[in-house]
Design a protein around this ligand. Structure first.
Ligand SMILES: O=C(O)CCC(=O)C(=O)O
Ligand SMILES: [Fe+2]
Length: 290
């Protein structure tokens, strides 16, 4: 098996980023406190319990995928904005964007009997259109239960991010993100990976929280999963991570469908949350005179 690198929770971020750039994945051990883990679990269990399983082999016929975690759980908001992972996400994606945004929130609950998910690259959410030189995505899977070889710990192929499209991974090139509950697997949008097979007698539960370049469409539609009525009450940092801010000078404004505003008809998204943008740069950015 190829080796996945494990770091302590307080590891130097440059070391973690170097490994992520080279291997496309690594694990940070015991980052989430037991207290936060039990709150995430108790706030989201009722939603997990009532989520139907998938309808095909990719989403998993014995796998339940529960979304809208920001709207549904205060504890999940802390995970989404965890300083360790959001700092790494920003630094990892910095060469390709000014801003990052929340791409997906999803509990992935793999039940006993579920087979291995086909290995894939998450960047295929955008088809093949994002050029290979651009890394579009930074992913986390937080272990809510222990992740073991038996219960379906995520399978990852370290070093596979730059492989040609037609190269298939062998089992001996595939590692499993075996980790304790509270640890987090970090992986890029380009590295080959997939959910593992659950041959245990209990569920494997992970919280998949992913971030992408601020100028791409997001996998989970954050404006529908967390509409303005709910987003209004959230921290400003989280509102902006959800996309309630301009992506750049000309990216993301709206007009009030019910009438022309006397202030500005090209409104930054913050207006729908009853506030003004904090970031003056996006509204005063210079547009080149071609
Ligand atoms: O559940 C896992 O371990 C990985 C799932 C995954 O890669 C996906 O659904 O895209
Ligand atoms: Fe995936």
């Amino acid at each position: 098996m190829a080796n996945l690198v494990y770091f302590d929770a307080d590891a130097d971020s440059d070391d973690v980023l170097t490994t992520l750039r080279e291997d496309g994945a690594c694990v940070l051990v015991d980052v989430m406190s037991d207290e936060l883990r039990s709150r995430v679990d108790s706030e989201l269990r009722p939603f997990i319990a009532s989520t139907p399983t998938g309808r095909d082999d990719f989403s998993g016929r014995l796998t339940a995928r529960t979304g809208a975690l920001v709207a549904r759980s205060e504890a999940a908001r802390e995970l989404v904005m965890h300083p360790t992972t959001t700092d790494l996400a920003r630094q990892f994606l910095e060469p390709y964007t000014d801003k990052i945004q929340l791409h997906l929130t999803q509990i992935i609950n793999i039940q006993p009997g579920q087979g291995a998910q086909p290995r894939h690259r998450d960047r295929l959410a955008w088809g093949g259109y994002v050029p290979a030189e651009i890394e579009p995505q930074f992913n986390t899977i937080w272990a809510l239960t222990d992740f073991t070889e038996e219960n379906g710990a995520t399978r990852v192929v370290p070093g596979s991010a730059g492989w040609p499209d037609d190269r298939r991974a062998l089992d001996e090139e595939t590692s499993q993100a075996v980790m304790t509950a509270g640890s987090v697997l970090l992986y890029s949008g380009s590295v080959i990976h997939g959910g593992g097979k659950n041959c245990s007698d209990s569920d494997r539960t992970g919280v998949n929280i992913t971030y992408c370049l601020g100028w791409l469409r997001t996998e989970e539609n954050q404006y529908l999963s967390c509409p303005p009525e709910i987003a209004k009450s959230l921290d400003h940092d989280l509102q902006e991570m959800l996309g309630y801010t301009m992506g750049s000078y000309a990216l993301g404004y709206y007009s009030d469908p019910s009438g022309v505003s006397e202030i500005n008809d090209l409104r930054p998204p913050e207006f729908i949350l009853d506030r003004r943008p904090r970031d003056k740069a996006s509204s005063s950015a210079l547009i080149a005179d071609y």
